[in-house]
Write a protein that binds this ligand. Structure first.
Ligand SMILES: Nc1ncnc2c1ncn2[C@@H]1O[C@H](COP(=O)(O)OP(=O)(O)OC[C@H]2O[C@@H]([n+]3cccc(C(=O)O)c3)[C@H](O)[C@@H]2O)[C@@H](O)[C@H]1O
Ligand SMILES: Nc1ncnc2c1ncn2[C@@H]1O[C@H](COP(=O)(O)OP(=O)(O)OP(=O)(O)O)[C@@H](O)[C@H]1O
Ligand SMILES: NC(=O)CC[C@H](N)C(=O)O
Length: 658
């Protein structure tokens, strides 16, 4: 039997898009003579409809659209499994509908709901009780829903819907399905991307196929579906412990269909040893997920591009490279025209220029503006503009130039190093680069407050105030640029900063999308070193030799993040122990003492106390970050992975006891 899975890039309640992708997958499957096609979990509505799943009209509309999908399934030789919610008696069930030759054979319902990390399914859905089957009617027809098995061309199959497969052997449906004679388990999934997670999923599918001696067909959603979570579009087909098919992850396509043949007449031996996947390359995985997430966000928000306050430091440079990679990977997979059309951010004229460019290599897509200033003007009251001025921009650089506008916003505390780093990164990727200074605005606000208070502000008495005003003064102009260009403003916070609130609210946190807020600072720095050589961005050379610094205090103060806080690897370790492993402050300290035998015990205690008090004090800031992407196996976003009280005792007793 020819089995296929299709990863689909869906959007909540975008019926037109979702139906188009479902139809495309079915047509591709038909053309490939597929006999059983698995589409991802809840692909008809989108997985991320949130509380809409509690609305009667949503599942009614989904059932109406299912009639359209039924119309696509005209082939008696092909079964199609499509995911949608079904609401009965005020309860919503997460189902996979099985269709053959326009006939609905039944709705298999999910038995175990995902309720960890980024998943909150029990809020929306009711789990289906194993063994139960029920009738229901819709549109004058009778259907069956529940713990069903199906038969196609003599092969019996049943379902595990995503989380069903992540439960223990006693709980998950697989064992009961096997006892009912099932030869094939189909798993439609909405399994969020996290670095290295493919390995976990691979093991899960391969082991299930071995332990239950079945064929296992798995299909995941694809892309940044609803803003925060990205799906990698993984398709896996395995039999008796052997992998038959695995696809390239994180495609830019709307539909990624993979198929393979399984001869059910033969019964190959069950393989005890599961061949491991090569260790996933997390730098590359992150690159693909970040850039696809940005691409989908851009087009689904119907925006024209991104604006970025580019400091030349690690975080903002990583965000800039993320946009350049969005172009590089998108063009590589979709072709120039396909990429430009799908992005939705380019005009017809630009698409025409791009076509000509391919015939006339070296011709500029966008007329480069003249360079107006040879360098940054320290302390100058006027704004100075820098552009690349390079007429030999590659096509990808020119496409990036249309999507990304950056500005360096210097003060007297900024260094030439960061200015040059920002300029070199922007130029190397082709982004538009402006530079102006903000001292006048800083002085304007400071003067007003000094006048109102009747005293001068000084670094001795007003350190944080004088730091924060600089970060805040950068916000209005960069927002203005985002407004005028109809672009999304990227804010560059990383997870380590978010843990301790090392950011100025309404200053460097200003923005509408926060792509790297789920990634820790140590990883950001390592990733940039990798990207300089592996992705060939020589423009990153300077930033890779800089110490992370906010540059908010006078230069002679030699401010660095790690002097203000603590070494980043230690900060990340404390954060992970405290909020991933969920240890108490006492346990965290004990673990650190065990791991870092040469460290000064008193200093470790100071760092642990600092971490917890900054953590507690700054929950309100984490509540206010712009929407961020989930990329690592956990994040600190209170709207996705981690909830914590805004006001709390701040671990006072626990820290005092250390
Ligand atoms: N529980 C609570 N709920 C609501 N609001 C609360 C609050 N606790 C304090 N606040 C408010 O928070 C205000 C303080 O917050 P905020 O003004 O943001 O600033 P704050 O946290 O005092 O200081 C910002 C820190 O971030 C660092 N920083 C800033 C900018 C960039 C970078 C960089 O790495 O580039 C680093 C800077 O060095 C400093 O250590 C207080 O004035 C108070 O109004
Ligand atoms: N001189 C500057 N010009 C433009 N934007 C700036 C400047 N200084 C800070 N910013 C903005 O504030 C953000 C926060 O600064 P932060 O120091 O945390 O990050 P970074 O400078 O990118 O990296 P690093 O911490 O490694 O120096 C920057 O990413 C940038 O968006
Ligand atoms: N949609 C789901 O049921 C997802 C749950 C599963 N634990 C995963 O992360 O892949």
């Amino acid at each position: 039997m020819r089995l296929a899975g299709a990863a689909l890039n869906q959007t909540p309640i975008d019926w037109e898009n979702n139906l188009r992708n479902i139809r495309e997958a079915i047509e591709q499957a038909r053309a490939a003579r597929v006999e059983l096609l698995c589409l991802p979990e809840l692909c008809l509505t989108g997985y991320g409809c949130e509380d809409l799943f509690l609305h009667d009209w949503l599942s009614e509309t989904a059932l109406q659209h299912l009639q359209t999908v039924r119309g696509y399934c005209t082939d008696p030789g092909m079964v199609v499994c499509v995911g949608l919610p079904v609401r009965l008696d005020g309860r919503t069930y997460n189902t996979a509908c099985v269709i053959r030759n326009q006939q609905i054979l039944g709705f298999a319902a999910k038995q175990w709901l995902a309720n960890d990390g980024v998943h909150y399914e029990p809020r929306f859905f009711t789990s289906w009780k194993a063994g139960n089957i029920q009738d229901f009617s819709f549109g004058g027809e009778e259907f069956i829903i529940g713990d069903l098995t199906f038969e196609h061309q003599g092969i019996t199959f049943g379902f595990e819907i995503c989380e069903d497969a992540w439960r223990s052997a006693q709980d998950r449906p697989a064992g009961r399905l096997k006892a009912r004679g099932v030869q094939l388990i189909v798993n439609p999934s909405a399994s969020h991307f996290a670095m290295s997670k493919t390995d976990v999923r691979y093991q899960l599918v391969l082991k299930a196929s071995r332990d239950y001696a079945v064929t296992y067909l798995y299909a995941n959603l694809l892309g940044n579906e609803a803003g925060r979570i990205t799906y990698d579009g993984e398709i896996l087909i395995a039999r008796n412990g052997e992998l038959i098919k695995r696809n390239q992850l994180l495609s830019y396509k709307d539909v990624d269909l993979e198929f393979a043949d399984v001869d059910f007449a033969q019964e190959p031996p069950v393989t005890e040893h599961i061949t491991p996947l090569p260790t996933p390359d997390e730098y590359r995985e992150l690159n693909q997920a970040l850039s696809l997430a940005l691409f989908d966000y851009l087009r689904k928000a119907r925006s024209k591009g991104f604006v970025l306050s580019l400091s030349g430091g690690a975080d903002s440079c990583m965000c800039a490279v993320g946009v350049a990679e969005l172009v590089r990977l998108g063009v590589a997979e979709l072709g120039v025209e396909g990429f430009m059309r799908k992005a939705g951010a380019y005009s017809e004229d630009e698409i025409h220029f791009a076509r000509d460019y391919r015939q006339l290599p070296g011709g500029p897509l966008v007329e480069p503006r003249k360079e107006t200033d040879a360098g940054r003007v320290q302390g100058a009251s006027h704004s100075a503009e820098q552009t690349t001025g390079n007429e030999q921009l590659s096509l990808n650089q020119q496409l990036t130039r249309r999507l990304l506008t950056c500005a360096y916003q210097g003060t007297v505390n900024s260094s030439d190093d960061t200015y040059l780093s920002a300029k070199e990164v922007a130029e190397s990727i082709g982004a538009v680069f402006f530079s102006w200074d903000i001292d006048q605005e800083v002085q304007g606000y400071t003067g007003k407050i000094e006048h109102a208070l009747g005293r001068a502000l000084s670094w001795q008495t007003d350190d944080l105030t004088l730091q924060n005003i600089q970060a805040r003064v950068r916000a209005p102009s960069i927002w203005m640029l985002a407004n005028v260009l109809n672009c999304l403003l990227i804010t560059t916070s990383n997870r380590s900063e978010a843990a301790v609130g090392y950011c100025t609210m309404d200053g460097d946190t200003a923005g509408s999308i926060s792509p790297i807020a789920g990634v820790d600072k140590a990883f950001v720095k390592q990733w940039l070193v990798w990207a300089e050589t592996e992705l060939s961005y020589p423009g990153l050379h300077r930033v890779n030799n800089l110490q992370p610094t906010a540059e908010l205090r006078p230069l002679e103060d030699m401010q660095t993040d790690e002097r203000d806080l603590m070494p980043y690897p230690l900060l990340n370790r404390i954060e992970r122990l405290a909020f991933y492993e969920r240890l108490s402050p006492q346990q965290v300290l004990a673990r650190l003492e065990g791991e870092l035998v040469d460290a000064d015990a008193e200093q470790l205690k100071v760092y642990v106390k600092r971490f917890y008090s900054l953590w507690s004090r700054n929950q309100w800031k984490r509540e206010r970050y712009a929407p961020s992407f989930h990329l690592d196996d956990y994040n600190l976003d209170p709207r996705s992975w981690l909830r914590f009280p805004i006001l709390s005792g701040g671990f006072a007793a626990e820290l005092a006891a250390l």
